[in-house]
Design a protein around this ligand. Structure first.
Ligand SMILES: C[S@@+](CC[C@H](N)C(=O)[O-])C[C@H]1O[C@@H](n2cnc3c(N)ncnc32)[C@H](O)[C@@H]1O
Length: 291
């Protein structure tokens, strides 16, 4: 588990080769790890410090380390497609998920975003997550347990979010609603019902028609203001001596993030007047110009 001093039996670690490729394994005393014809006993890894160089039977050297959250997510077992680390980093910021916040999430998928939300709300917060598929829900729970340990402030529910959202047991509304499922517009009216005034709605979808339907649904409720949609591109660079250039390959597209703020009824008209919706403020240079 993260935070412990030396690598121990039962924990998930990564072996990283000199090209930066990651191979995940769960340490178990007495077992042997095999990698293209070479081996290393787990006992040679258990008890070693985090981020140590180890040598396989054929002489191959690999770095043994605890995965970061981003590394872990990319290698963990998947039910559904996980969000990329760049989106996992942005979502808690743009949804302004703060320590102690009460967050509703759907669908859980493989649990990557759930973990990002749990990290952001901390032990005083609450994350309620709906997943329609039992098998995905089980994979997510295993992934979360293995990386984060027991999470008493996580509630996983097998439920169709299009049919409605239940308030938490104490009846207090959610501070944030975060969605990564195919038809978020079907959840928008339910989000409007369970979010507190001032609460934030955020959804992630891969295609433009999905964004259009989502924004139309947000506008129809007349309680969501400051609706903005953006995407982000992450371009890594190769830096070798005087050869400094962008890498040839990148993930060119993941999805669009739409964010909105819930306001008191009556602030907006169905036409979305007062310039309260539709302008992308983006938290970037345009925002500075506006201020
Ligand atoms: C793209 S995945 C979510 C991945 C997740 N964010 C992650 O990072 O691991 C979408 C998930 O939504 C679930 N889903 C689709 N429609 C749903 C609904 N109406 N209610 C609840 N879950 C739903 C799917 O079964 C799938 O697991």
């Amino acid at each position: 588990m993260p935070g412990m001093s030396s690598l121990s039996s039962g924990e998930r670690i990564h072996l990283v080769d000199k090209k930066g490729r990651h191979y995940a394994l769960t340490l178990k005393a007495g077992e042997t790890y095999q990698f293209s014809g070479q081996t290393i006993p787990h006992d040679a890894l258990i008890g070693r410090p985090d981020a140590t160089m180890v040598t396989l039977s054929g002489g191959k050297k690999m770095l043994a380390l605890r995965p970061t959250f981003g590394d872990y997510v990319l290698k963990m077992p998947r039910g559904a497609q996980v969000l990329y680390p760049k989106d996992l980093a942005l979502i808690p910021m743009w949804a302004d998920v703060y320590p102690g916040a009460r967050v509703f999430e759907a669908g859980t998928g493989s649990g990557a975003l759930t973990m990002a939300l749990l990290r952001a709300v901390g032990p005083r917060g609450l994350v309620v997550t709906y997943e329609m598929r039992e098998d995905f829900s089980r994979v997510a729970r295993l992934n979360i347990d293995r990386y984060m340990g027991p999470m008493p402030h996580l509630v996983t529910v097998r439920k169709n979010a299009y049919e409605g959202i239940d308030l938490p047991d104490d009846g207090v509304p959610f501070d944030r609603v975060v969605l990564d499922l195919p038809e978020p517009w079907q959840v928008v009216p339910h989000a409007a019902a369970v979010l507190r005034s001032g609460g934030i709605y955020l959804s992630f979808v891969p295609t433009v028609p999905q964004v259009m339907q989502t924004v139309e649904a947000l506008e129809r409720t007349t309680v969501f203001a400051m609706v903005e949609t953006f995407e982000t591109l992450l371009r890594t660079w190769s830096i070798q001596g005087r050869s400094v250039r962008p890498d040839h390959r990148m993930v060119a597209h993941s999805g669009f993030i739409t964010v909105a703020r819930k306001v008191e009824p009556g602030v907006l008209t169905p036409e979305g007047e007062q310039g309260m919706s539709g302008e992308a403020s983006g938290h970037g240079p345009e925002r500075e110009e506006m201020e």
